[in-house]
Design a protein around this ligand. Structure first.
Ligand code: SAM
Ligand code: SF4
Length: 467
């Protein structure tokens, strides 16, 4: 057994319990303002700081908390929101996660693993919407060829072309792998390896995962150690909110982040915040044991933004347009749009019965883009950092001094203009062009010069223009 499997990442439950006890000091304005001042320095927060934030319930104090989160979000990420589409390639699964429609025991679902031809067709549909990034997702049960099915599928995604478009970054959300498999995954050219612990609470984890390989909490929590040892330095963590007390989950997540930072010198690239949604044949999903209210959900996003300021945050189409809009300013930097969560869903249409869970946002990409533009956000299809090797620590180095705005804003504008010229409806193109004008006006001279030059090249017919 290799090193990372024998040294389980310790989630210190007693330490979390002690911190949660401290929550009894609710709504202390002096303490809160101290923590918010620290958050505004963009250096992150420790567990005690976070417990102060979690204890806030007073409306005025909550507004102060949200305002500090907005400030952190704006200083590091500016007005950009990065877009991607999930690509479900298979709903075969050997596990029994009680909350998921794909669990092995659910006999009411039609099982399929897409062939490479079917994957290419899905990808063409995704490209034709205007996407440049996909998140490849699969149940844990691959057809005959085993793990190499995933590798072949990634190859297919990168090789597929449609019109002027192609997918430039493939992230994956698949079950934990061995060190050797992670090395093969790295060699396939993935961007981020994403995996959600679901719950960091061992007892709840054991209850929610009664069968299959996923029963093994330790195999899952050590997956990033193996991924990072294999050279994958962009990893994405997450919790499935609704399974256990969200306060516990946040503190445990921070312990996991701290572990990766100590061991590898770099934390996760992204944090996802999925909330339990109804799923075919799942009682747990229909009635979550620890439901998270909309108000608490916004608090979760704001707290994570301040606690780990340089880690991107992802919001999927599980959430409704209203919740998505409300969380952009508080901390979300990446969203999915125009999603289907049933294999074959892009080319063959949504099949609610075969989907992993119900969607909250059904709008097509064009409508989401127009909405973002009208709210003043720059929808970004940028994939520059990863393709220039700015991942892991290199990305953090770039992000820290705020230098990112000289690259990210121009890259966001040039990829956004590509979208407007190649895919947008007339209304979206109009809203988008107006947004580009406004942002160019707001830039300093250096930034504007760079961005204008890049936009000129895109208008002249160049594609994939980035710095
Ligand atoms: N099968 C792999 C696994 O479980 O890690 C990867 C893909 S799984 C399809 C992706 C994620 O979907 C899971 O990690 C889980 O957090 C989420 N999920 C499952 N059921 C859900 C539900 N009912 N509502 C919201 N998210 C759900
Ligand atoms: Fe399978 Fe993943 Fe669903 Fe669990 S969450 S049943 S492992 S697809």
């Amino acid at each position: 057994m290799n090193d990372s499997l024998t040294h389980t990442v310790l989630i210190d439950e007693p330490a979390i319990a002690r911190t949660l006890d401290g929550l009894k000091r609710e709504n202390d304005p002096v303490l809160l303002r101290e923590v918010l001042a620290k958050a505004r320095e963009l250096k992150g927060l420790d567990m005690d700081d976070v417990s102060v934030l979690m204890s806030v319930t007073d409306t005025d104090l909550l507004e102060e908390l949200f305002s500090a989160a907005r400030c952190v979000k704006e200083s590091i990420y500016g007005p950009r929101i990065v877009l991607f589409a999930p690509l479900y390639i298979s709903n075969l699964c050997e596990n029994e996660c009680l909350y998921c429609a794909f669990r092995a025991g659910n006999r009411d679902i039609h099982r399929r693993a897409l062939s490479q031809e079917e994957i290419a067709r899905e990808v063409q549909f995704i490209i034709d919407q205007g996407h440049k990034r996909v998140l490849l997702v699969s149940g844990e049960g691959y057809p005959g060829e085993g793990f190499s099915y995933i590798l072949r599928s990634i190859e297919t995604v990168y090789a597929t072309r449609s019109g002027k478009g192609e997918i430039r970054r493939v992230n994956v959300n698949i079950a934990p792998l061995s060190l050797d498999e992670f090395k093969q995954l790295k060699a396939s050219g993935i961007g981020t390896y994403q995996l959600f612990q679901e719950t960091y609470h061992r007892q709840t984890y054991a209850y929610m995962h009664p069968g299959g390989r996923k029963r093994n909490f330790d195999l899952r929590i050590t997956a990033f150690d193996r991924a990072m040892q294999a050279g994958i330095d962009d990893v994405g963590v997450g919790v499935l909110f609704g399974l256990y007390d969200w306060r516990f989950e946040i503190l445990a997540l921070l312990q996991h982040v701290g572990h990766l930072e100590r061991k590898f010198g770099v934390g996760p690239h992204t944090i996802s915040v999925p909330r339990l949604e109804p799923a075919a044949g799942s009682r747990v999903a229909a009635s979550p044991p620890h439901p998270v209210s909309d108000g608490d959900f916004m608090k979760i996003v704001a707290i994570l933004r301040m606690a780990v300021p340089y880690t991107g945050m992802i919001m999927s189409t599980r959430e409704t347009p209203r919740i998505r809009r409300a969380t952009f300013a508080l901390g979300i930097s990446q969203i999915s749009a125009g999603s289907r969560t049933n294999p074959g869903g892009y080319s063959e249409g949504i099949d609610e019965q075969d989907a992993q869970f119900q969607l909250g946002d059904h709008r097509p990409l064009d409508e989401v883009i127009r909405d973002l533009a009208q709210m003043g956000y720059i929808p970004s299809f940028c994939t520059a950092c990863y393709r220039l090797g700015r991942t892991g620590n290199d990305f953090m180095e770039l992000a820290r001094p705020g230098d990112i705005k000289y690259r990210c804003d121009p890259n966001a504008l040039s990829t956004f203009l590509e979208y407007l010229l190649d895919y947008a409806s007339p209304e979206t193109a109009q809203a988008g062009e107006e947004l580009i004008r406004v942002h160019l006006d707001r830039m300093d001279d250096r930034q504007r010069k760079v961005a204008s030059g890049m936009l000129k090249r895109v208008r002249a017919g160049h594609r994939d223009v980035y710095i």
